[in-house]
Design a protein around this ligand. Structure first.
Ligand code: HEM
Length: 504
């Protein structure tokens, strides 16, 4: 009995020492002690972004923890993150070899694949396809967003001033924009494929958050069989939907007339020579799975930012009136907003910026990894070390954002209060930075401005009497607001949205 106890103590101490030694080998950065096997996981709690931001005070901008047995370097603060991702961009542009990443887009994903020649070519193709289609000349995407936003207003107002949870309507509307871009078609609200897509999204994001046990301790999949199986099922549904669309497109494909992102990707498979593809290991399957990737990335992000927008508007009624006044003065109640006017609407722009800053939907970007042995702020970091880019520590840094926990759009205005202070944008990285910076930034800005402006132009959002909405998030790959209900009142009887043309 005594001998067993001694052996147990020696074993546990051994693991602690081994864990510490492993962590030391990965990086010379300081950090808190972790438990054997599970490392610092228990310390992360339900708000890892806040816990890891607090650790910055004690250990500095670069420190290390262990996610399970996986040594992880955490980067904090805008200066250090810029130094790593921009000045030493190649060193930090990798992605970790996570167990779940092997299944995303059949292992052919661009966003989740490691840095190298194949990723570079894949990213260029994805960026070109996006630029070709999210552009007025080839695809009237701005008009599509405006009509979808008006249709969203119409559906929210159907609640007839009864409490409504805006989640589904927002997701259906934003989902239709990315489907219009990718497939050239929008869906009916009751289409089973479309409803499945929306349902899958929430489950995918909840599973794929940083700190997912299966990724840092792959053996855990044997204990989380049900949720992992469900994750694979979600990926399979998405894969089948995109394959179906690809086959439909191929039947009518004309290289002289690119209708949407599916066509643009088919064209890329034809125009990239075999020699080019072979030289970097890129296949047509890689190129076509970009579709799944853009749908996944381009829809949850915008939809959750809009959900946050409504929550902040209803809990800050005075500010909501100011923004409404500005939009009403510029467009009245009927005129459609134009993205080109963004800089003429400082209250609107500042509100969108503050919504993105305060909610910080991507607290750790996507997980990074080092591509070679490197040094940062004097600390050694070994090749292939998992790196968390703590974007929460940037958007909630009291050095640049006074009282960061307060929602206060006027912090983005200059001293005259009439223009957005552009210098503030240097301290704020909602789309990340460097080689892995979000390629959907322009599309995202366009969608957020048009949806937001139309929602505020036509609706007034109020707290349900007797309810006290909590402005807090659920943790996952993206931070979403806790479920809430809102009262949506109509601002003006005129100009009700019509359902956009249904081409499906
Ligand atoms: C509010 C909207 C959005 C935000 C805040 C956002 C933010 C981000 C962030 C922080 C990253 C990770 C950067 C890193 O790992 O360092 C990222 C990556 C990515 N985003 Fe976005 N994003 C948004 C919308 C979009 C849209 C609309 C699309 C495309 C339609 C998109 C496509 C992607 C892709 C493909 C990647 C992976 C890039 C790579 O690894 O090379 N995103 N985004």
């Amino acid at each position: 009995m005594y001998a067993t106890a001694v052996l147990m103590v020696v074993f546990v101490l051994g693991l602690v020492v081994l864990g510490k030694r492993r962590a030391k080998i990965a990086s010379s950065a300081p950090g808190p002690l972790g438990w054997p096997v599970i490392g610092n996981l228990p310390q992360l709690g339900r708000k890892p972004h806040k816990v890891l931001t607090d650790l910055r005070e004690r250990y500095g901008d670069v420190y290390q923890i262990r996610m399970g047995s996986c040594p992880t370097v955490v980067l904090n603060g805008v200066k250090t993150i810029r130094q790593a991702l921009v000045k030493q961009s190649e060193d930090f542009a990798g992605r970790p070899d996570f167990y779940s990443f092997k299944f995303i887009a059949n292992g052919n994903s661009m966003g989740f694949s490691d840095y190298g020649a194949r990723w570079k070519m894949h990213r260029r193709i994805a960026q070109n396809a996006l630029a070709l289609c999210a552009n007025k000349k080839y695809n009237p995407i701005e008009e599509a967003i405006v009509s979808e936003a008006k249709f969203l207003v119409q559906n929210l107002l159907k609640s007839g001033e009864r409490p409504v949870d805006p989640h589904n309507e927002i997701y259906l509307s934003v989902g239709n924009i990315i489907c219009a871009l990718c497939f050239g078609k929008r869906y009916r609200r009751d289409d089973p494929d479309f409803l499945q897509l929306i349902k899958n999204n929430d489950e995918f994001m909840a599973f794929a958050g940083a700190g997912n046990p299966v990724d840092i301790m792959p053996w855990m999949r044997h204990f989380t069989k049900r949720s992992f199986k469900q994750f694979l099922m979600i990926l399979d549904t998405m894969n089948n939907l995109c394959l179906k669309k690809q086959r439909e497109h191929l039947d009518t494909y004309d290289p002289a007339y690119v209708r949407d992102i599916t066509d643009a990707l088919i064209k890329a498979t034809e125009e990239t020579t075999n020699a080019e593809k072979v030289s970097v290991g890129l296949t047509d399957e890689h190129i076509m799975t970009t579709l799944q990737e853009l749908i996944g990335a381009g829809f949850d992000t915008i939809a959750s930012t809009l959900q946050w927008s409504i929550l902040y508007l209803m809990t800050n009624p005075e500010w909501q009136e100011k923004v409404h006044q500005e939009i009403h003065t510029t467009y009245g109640s009927d005129k459609d907003p134009d993205v080109a006017d963004l800089s003429e609407l400082p209250y609107t722009e500042a509100t969108i910026l503050e919504t993105m800053r305060h909610s910080c939907i991507f607290p750790f970007a996507l997980p990074h990894s080092t591509t070679k042995d490197t040094h940062l702020n004097g600390h050694f970091i070994k090749e292939k070390t998992l790196v968390f880019v703590n974007l929460w520590s940037v958007s909630h840094d009291p050095e640049y954002f006074n009282e960061p926990e307060l929602y206060n759009p006027s912090r983005f205005l200059d001293t005259s209060g009439t223009r957005v202070d552009r210098s503030k944008l240097d301290f704020f990285l909602p789309f990340g930075t460097g080689k892995r910076k979000c390629p959907g930034e322009q599309l995202a800005k366009m969608e957020l401005f048009l949806f937001f402006t139309i929602l505020v132009q036509k609706c007034k959002f109020e707290v349900v009497p007797g309810e006290h909405p909590v402005v807090d998030s659920k943790y996952g790959l993206t931070l979403k607001p806790l479920d809430f209900n809102v009262i949506v009142r109509e601002r003006n009887q005129a100009d009700q949205g019509q359902e956009p043309n249904l081409v499906k």
